[in-house]
Design a protein around this ligand. Structure first.
Ligand code: ZN
Length: 190
């Protein structure tokens, strides 16, 4: 497997990022290509839960355990046809190795995503309050979990919602990072 990727949640550039020194870092096992991409497609269309859980285990074996209270999956899109949230199963797999509990306090704000998509907003510019949250202990430290990082807008919206709940977002982990023209990243896995 190729080198892991560590990058800035705000712009997708290499971390630490000179433009966004305060932004959380995101860790990915690989870029969205080859077998890593096949695994995502298999997760989405075949044995979803099992594959997602395995991805989470592999993520956790690849990176050192973060010092956080909870892993937080991004919420399942309202328009998704799936009956489960793949990010939650990835989080559970990672949490089983790291021994970090998973909590799911986030949801898409009713109608907001549909509205944004209808008005032609690009994924990159989702409205600030598109994800909302409730039911997280105040002062919790968290890592956000998703399957694929594309523009980062979903993770940023999740981070805003979590910060609104008083959590501190220490970073994010994903299975793979999409985006063709990204620079090569040096493996700086801890
Ligand atoms: Zn940046």
């Amino acid at each position: 497997m190729e080198d892991a990727l560590i990058f800035c949640v705000d712009c997708g550039g290499a971390a630490p990022c000179a433009l966004h020194p305060a932004a959380p870092r995101c860790f990915a096992v690989s870029s969205y290509s080859g077998p890593a991409r096949d695994a995502v497609l298999s997760m989405k269309y075949e044995n979803g839960r099992g594959t997602a859980f395995l991805m989470g285990e592999l993520i956790a074996r690849r990176f050192a355990k973060p010092n956080v209270d909870f892993l937080i999956p991004v919420p399942l899109h309202k328009y998704s046809e799936r009956d489960y949230n793949q990010a939650e199963f990835i989080a559970r797999g990672a949490g089983s190795v790291w021994r970090i509990p998973v909590k799911s306090p986030l949801s898409w704000r009713r109608g907001s995503l549909r509205q944004a998509l209808k008005s032609g907003v690009e994924d990159r510019n989702l409205p600030e309050d598109v994800i909302t949250g409730s039911g997280l202990p105040g002062g919790a430290s968290v890592f956000i979990v998703d399957d694929v990082f594309t523009s980062g807008s979903t993770i940023r919206a999740a981070a805003r919602a979590l910060e609104g709940l008083g959590a501190s977002v220490n970073g994010a982990v994903v299975w793979s990072k999409s985006g063709g023209s990204m620079k090569r990243y040096v493996d700086r896995a801890v």
